[in-house]
Design a protein around this ligand. Structure first.
Ligand code: AMP
Ligand code: MG
Length: 491
């Protein structure tokens, strides 16, 4: 296909049309000297966007929101949110725009969205801009999450704007183009609810059902079914985060999707040494969003969603509460089941059926492995990978990581008796994650104009389970002098 033919990109404006009260038509800021830093050609292909076209001047302008295809209506989305527990009635896209929706090759509508595209009416004191390092961080970590089979928004491109942006120092500006199954958030419902426009709230819920949970429409109580679906999706999502050692860092209700995709990679990080209290965000001083708190916070956020949706469950407030509480009450068991089944897989024990004679032993072994991890500084990712070697007969690498050898030997003996499946373990325990010290190294080089370390790391984390010769450094724990890792909030 020629580039000219491809320039007829069709963006739907469903959100803008159906939920106009939550959408402020807006334009992106012009970029003085744009340059594509990274383009996700495979994802572009899934969306029917030819990479050759996206690399033309017009394509680059599309990725910045400066070229608006005929019929498209870029909008800033309005939403509210609880940030670190405190309620903000009006947040919204201060530096982002929804360009519109595109049907992917499976016929599914996906949002095409920009971050760092300039101030909007929701910008408050912000400058509406983003810088190269944090946008590349989102690109890298979201691609790693996708490769780990964890639901996430995707990154389509990072385009440097050619404009220096004032942060603690002057830094190169950039715009991230991302793709999501939608940008509906818990905060979208909080915002709609606060307008006291029940017809708007219902329209938002109908939009969410149609885009994410069409089966809910067939239910006797579609809105309750929608809520139950979000509870399940989030229980499963947070369990997956916990299983790979991911710390989101800023689980405000405006950063929690209705679709169940991970969104808004700011001060996020993968744990190196196992630590329930791991916090990486420099502003999370109380540890609200620490690793081990994530399931509790997800449930808290879902309670805020239930409150926002309450009038949809029943017109009588009293009668609306009971089913909401019941639905929310299932979060814990759904989360625990997802986490426990994931842990069984990490230990190669998935074939042991629940309720069987060996199930209690499997459960004790899951508790036991957490005990071993808690006992000393043990690199979480490496330990499970090394246990995979132990399942294949070589216990030395895993054994060499723990302090209490007697405890390890006792545990490993019981575990080996259950005949763990080494092949399964190699498929679920990643060898490669975006380790903090490698991410920092790659982003620092990219900020200085050298994209090689970033591109190499991206290629490594795109195949997280397939161990390759020569990539040993990407499996290693950080050097001792890496210290107490902090990320500075992704702005
Ligand atoms: P986040 O923590 O990235 O989810 O952002 C929280 C809120 O702050 C959202 O309403 C963002 O749009 C807004 N925001 C973050 N950074 C900026 C910025 N540089 N300019 C304007 N708004 C921003
Ligand atoms: Mg956000």
């Amino acid at each position: 296909m020629t580039a000219a033919a491809e320039s007829t990109v069709t963006l739907e404006g469903r959100f803008a049309r159906e939920l106009a009260e939550l959408a402020v038509p807006w334009q992106a800021e012009e970029a003085p000297d744009p340059e594509i830093l990274v383009l996700n050609e495979a994802l572009a292909g899934d969306l029917g966007l030819a990479p050759e076209y996206l690399r033309t001047p017009e394509g680059v302008r599309l990725l910045l929101g400066n070229h608006v295809p005929a019929g498209a209506t870029p909008v800033a989305q309005a939403y509210a949110g609880h940030q670190f527990g405190g309620y903000s009635p009006l947040l919204g896209d201060g530096r982002a725009l929804l360009l519109g929706e595109i049907a992917d090759d499976g016929g599914q509508l996906r949002d095409l969205h920009l971050k760092g595209s300039g101030r909007t009416p929701f910008a408050r004191a912000g400058d509406g801009r983003a810088v190269v390092g944090p946008m590349l961080r989102e690109y890298l970590v979201s691609e790693a999450m996708h490769a780990l089979n964890i639901p996430t928004t995707r990154a389509l491109a990072v385009v440097a704007t050619g404009r220096p942006v004032r942060r603690e120092s002057m830094l190169p500006g950039a715009v991230l183009a991302r793709v999501a199954s939608s940008h509906l958030r818990v905060g979208s419902f909080q915002y709609a609810r606060a307008t006291e426009n029940m017809e708007l709230l219902r329209r938002l819920a109908d939009h969410a059902i149609s885009r994410h949970y069409p089966a809910a429409a067939q239910s006797e109580h579609p809105y309750l079914a929608l809520f139950e679906s979000v509870v399940s999706a989030q229980a499963g999502l947070v369990a997956q985060w916990m299983l790979v050692g991911f710390v989101h860092g800023v689980m405000n209700t405006d950063n929690m999707t209705i679709s169940g995709e991970t969104i808004d990679y700011g001060p996020c990080a993968f744990m190196d040494a196992f630590n329930p209290g791991a916090v990486y965000s420099s502003i999370d001083v109380g540890g609200r969003y620490a690793y081990a708190n994530q399931p509790v916070v997800a449930e808290w956020n879902l309670a805020r969603l239930a409150e926002a949706m309450l009038p949809l469950f029943h017109e009588d407030q009293e009668q609306a509460v009971a089913p909401a509480v019941e639905a929310l009450g299932r979060f814990r068991s759904q989360y625990s089941d997802a986490w426990f089944n994931g842990m069984k897989a990490k230990l190669g024990l998935s074939s042991i059926p629940a309720g069987s004679a060996q199930a209690d032993e499997a459960s004790a072994l899951v508790d036991g492995v957490i005990g071993l991890l808690k006992d000393g500084p043990v690199d979480y990712t490496q330990f499970f990978r090394n246990l995979g070697l132990a399942a294949a007969g070589n216990t030395r690498p895993a054994r060499g990581m723990v302090l209490d050898l007697a405890a390890f030997d006792a545990w490993a003996g019981r575990w080996a008796a259950l005949k763990p499946d080494a092949g399964l373990m190699a498929r679920v325990n990643p060898a490669y994650i975006p380790r903090n010290h490698l991410v920092e190294e790659a982003l620092a080089a990219a900020t200085e104009g050298d994209l090689d370390p970033f591109n190499r790391l991206l290629e490594v984390v795109r195949l997280p389970f397939q161990e390759r010769q020569g990539l040993e450094r990407y499996t290693e724990a950080p050097p001792a002098d890496f210290g107490d890792y902090r990320t500075f909030c992704g702005t």
